[in-house]
Design a protein around this ligand. Structure first.
Ligand code: IMP
Length: 236
């Protein structure tokens, strides 16, 4: 039985990334949770030393939960390109360098791809809910599509302008935030968080026909270890 977040519960958002905070706050808004960011509490950013998204999400959520004494929700996510063996992957933020220059990061992806015809790409989000006693619930969401060049659109963040989801024609940078929030990797992971830990409705993604139904795993498509799903670890 997944552990629940009660209505009115204070929840720490264990992220210092303004783009992610904006999206997660928008996703949480309808669910009556009192959110506070790790930055607002002055919590430090832990080092992300795990080799995968789920491991890094657990590190961030556990660090915030134990430091604050409150349940914490983290997001570890990234952009993966098939022809680059899944890179930039867990290093998505690092590819942008200390100045967080995502135009440079996107240009580096494009340059590494060169003339390759295989443009398959996907975003992964691992969301982890951690409690101060060390219990965690981790959820993985994924959205498949292609890496395009040149980038288009100024509405999202990070690698959004160079990603066109399958079944769509606009990049994540061109889509209105409400549309991205309905279909993104983060929304898919978040729907599982809601269903398991907030007592929400099961995810259906009715707004995107090709992605309705049970089947994150069925839609996982091309390889990589980031199979959508849910993982629970008890505290010590
Ligand atoms: P981290 O999870 O803080 O290590 O950083 C993940 C990085 O992946 C972000 O800085 C973005 O560059 C990229 N990323 C994650 N989610 C998205 C998204 O929804 N759109 C665009 N880029 C994303």
């Amino acid at each position: 039985m997944p552990r629940r977040i009660a209505p009115g519960q204070k929840l720490v958002l264990a992220s210092h990334n303004p783009g992610k905070l904006r999206e997660i706050e928008a996703l949480l808004r309808p669910h009556g949770v009192d959110v506070v960011s790790a930055g607002a509490l002055g919590l430090p950013e832990p080092e992300e030393t795990a080799p995968d998204f789920a491991g890094n999400a657990r590190i961030k959520a556990l660090a915030a939960a134990t430091a604050s004494g409150l349940p914490a929700l983290s997001d570890d996510s990234g952009f993966c390109v098939a022809a680059l063996g899944g890179e930039p992957g867990v290093f998505s933020a690092r590819w942008a360098g200390p100045n967080k220059d995502f135009n440079a990061a996107m240009a580096a992806v494009n340059e590494k791809l060169g003339g390759t015809e295989d443009r398959r790409a996907w975003f992964v989000a691992a969301l982890c809910l951690a409690w101060p006693d060390g219990h965690t619930e981790t959820f993985l969401g994924r959205v498949d599509g292609s890496a395009i060049w040149p980038p288009r659109g100024g509405k999202g963040f990070g690698y959004d302008p160079m990603f066109v989801p399958s079944l769509g024609q606009q990049t994540f940078g061109e889509l209105d935030p409400e549309v991205k929030h309905a279909v993104s990797h983060r929304a898919r992971a978040f729907a599982q968080v809601l269903a398991s830990c907030f007592g929400g409705a099961a995810p259906t993604f009715a707004s995107w026909p090709g992605s309705s139904g049970p089947p994150f795993a069925a839609r996982a498509g091309i390889g990589g270890p980031d199979k959508p799903g849910h993982d629970v670890e008890a505290g010590p």
